[in-house]
Design a protein around this ligand. Structure first.
Ligand code: AMP
Length: 495
């Protein structure tokens, strides 16, 4: 290579584009965590009757200004905003848009725009979407993160709020996370102004302790001071008035009912009279979700792994008709972080029953066909066709935790046989190729050393492993068919 060429390669390397600050790649080794959380969310959605919804990444900025609130951190500091270019030869004016920072406002916009009010109420939807907030990056705080969320639109009853919290609690429990749920009421337009006045007055006496932003917020939107992330502001509001003392009768009744329903199911909530959440649209019930153990250890400074509440005024704020609603959203990266920190066993996604090993060109071809046939018939099967040596293939089979490896070599091709190797005992047996599926079925039905070991595992691990195996069990029931069917009735010759 010429010196010039070398220099240009060097330069290219140096200038290679890098991951943006505050963004992250989700890597294959984390896939099992994502699948674990997604399967729990799917199950909750199915159990509680939610349907999937997905809204665009881009929305008009004013959607979030009117819902999350112009004085909230999310809108005033963290929105990724820009103007859409005006198309050439068009009178269309470039619209100011924003990358969505949260899901509820968009879901409500979709509900209003699609006339979902005409469907039987409440409408229950869930989502799994990326959110964008231009925040100062730190552990567990990204500029692009993913949330799943559940929204129940068109219902005012406290039972709905409580059932949402019960669902959320059981979802976190099903992930093996021990959580606590701080809860508060935000009142409604009748009683909240009285509280805001009292809070504003109180904050006036603390203005020296407040950050610059909060000094402004104290007059404009004092609730936002309650969720300011600055330590001094946090301390300043420690003995601020509590909204619960200002609630009107209907709000008080609503809140008491929610708590009674939660008591009915022993949901571990904690009354949290200064919980305000960082978004303006909440009315009445508001809650967050924290990991119990770490929360105590870190003195409550840990990031929330979920939060939500009721938002009866949201639809009107964004310019629609009155639609009550209640919902929650959870940060998926933070949940995955918590699963790792708490060493929660997560089922392997690569677990298989059978591995196909091959030696030689003829065997490769036959193994390729066998893999497709078995996979197509619902067998749980793995391979490593790019490897040639048997030991490398057996090593891979061991890593995947398969029960049996099928070995196809030159000799087996000539004899019309295949070797079945029991991976836990190492015992190998040669069987006639045409009897392969029947033999495998017999063996998979027998308790193997692996299954005996599984029975001795602790129940949590077992549950995780069984979840993986559950689907596969049913797939073995169908009568195995040999290659003849694949080859239009002709017997496949094994040489
Ligand atoms: P919020 O609507 O702000 O309550 O966000 C809902 C959930 O999303 C929070 O409880 C967090 O778990 C998660 N979350 C919020 N912001 C971030 C962020 N910048 N990075 C990662 N997760 C976040």
């Amino acid at each position: 290579m010429s010196t010039e060429a070398k220099q240009s390669t060097k330069k290219k390397k140096k200038d290679a584009p890098k991951l943006l600050r505050g963004f992250k790649d989700t890597m294959p080794e984390d896939q099992k965590y994502w699948e674990f959380v997604l399967s729990a969310v799917y199950k909750a959605a199915r159990d509680y009757g939610f349907s999937y919804i997905e809204t665009p990444v881009l929305e008009e900025s004013r959607l979030f200004e009117r819902s999350v609130g112009e004085t909230s951190d999310i809108v005033s500091k963290e929105l990724f905003r820009f103007n859409l270019p005006t198309p050439e030869d068009s009178d269309e004016v470039g619209v100011e848009v924003a990358l969505r920072p949260e899901g509820t406002a968009s879901v409500m916009r979709a509900y209003l725009e699609h006339g979902m009010i005409n469907q039987p109420q409440p409408v229950k939807v869930w989502y799994w979407m990326s959110m964008f907030r231009y925040e100062r990056p730190q552990a567990g705080r990204y500029r692009q993160h993913n949330q799943f969320g559940f929204e129940i639109l068109g219902d005012t009853t406290p039972l709905i709020d409580a059932q949402l919290i019960i669902m959320v609690y059981s979802l976190y429990r099903s992930l093996g996370l021990d959580v606590v749920i701080p809860i508060n009421s935000m009142g409604d337009p009748d009683c909240r102004p009285g509280y805001l006045n009292a809070l504003s007055e109180f904050l006036g006496t603390k203005s020296k302790l407040l950050c610059e932003d909060c000094r402004k917020r104290a007059k404009k939107n004092p609730l936002r001071v309650l969720d300011c992330k600055q330590e001094t502001c946090h301390e300043a509001v420690a003995d601020a008035p509590q909204i619960l003392d200002f609630l009107c009768e209907p709000c008080k009744d609503h809140f008491v009912s929610v708590l009674e329903y939660l008591d009915e199911l022993d949901v571990p909530y904690a009354l949290s009279p200064h919980l305000a959440r960082g978004l303006d649209y909440y009315t009445r019930t508001t809650f967050e979700v924290y990991i119990k153990k770490n929360d105590q250890e870190e003195g409550g400074k840990l990031h929330a792994i979920g939060g939500g509440g009721r938002y009866d005024g949201l639809a009107e704020n964004i310019g629609g008709r009155e639609v009550p609603g209640t919902g929650m959203a959870a940060g998926i990266e933070r949940i995955i972080l918590a699963l790792k920190e708490n060493n929660i066993p997560v089922p392997s996604i690569h677990k298989r029953d059978i591995f196909i090993a091959q030696l030689g060109n003829e065997a490769k071809r036959k193994a390729l066909r066998l893999f497709e046939e078995m996979r197509g018939r619902g067998w749980s099967v793995a391979e490593s066709f790019s490897k040639d040596g048997l030991s490398a293939q057996l090593e891979r089979a061991n890593k995947l935790g398969v029960q049996f490896t099928l070995i196809l070599g030159q000799k087996e091709i000539l004899d019309g046989t295949v070797i079945i190797r029991d991976m836990s005992s190492g015992i190998q047996e040669e069987v006639n190729y045409t009897k392969l599926f029947t033999e495998l079925e017999k063996r998979l039905a027998q308790p193997t050393v692996a299954k005996v070991l599984l029975d001795e595992q602790n129940p949590e691990e077992q549950e995780a492993d069984m979840e993986d195996a559950g689907e596969e069990e049913t797939t073995h029931k169908s009568e195995p068919q040999l290659f003849e069917d694949h080859n239009h009735g002709k017997e496949v010759d094994t040489d």
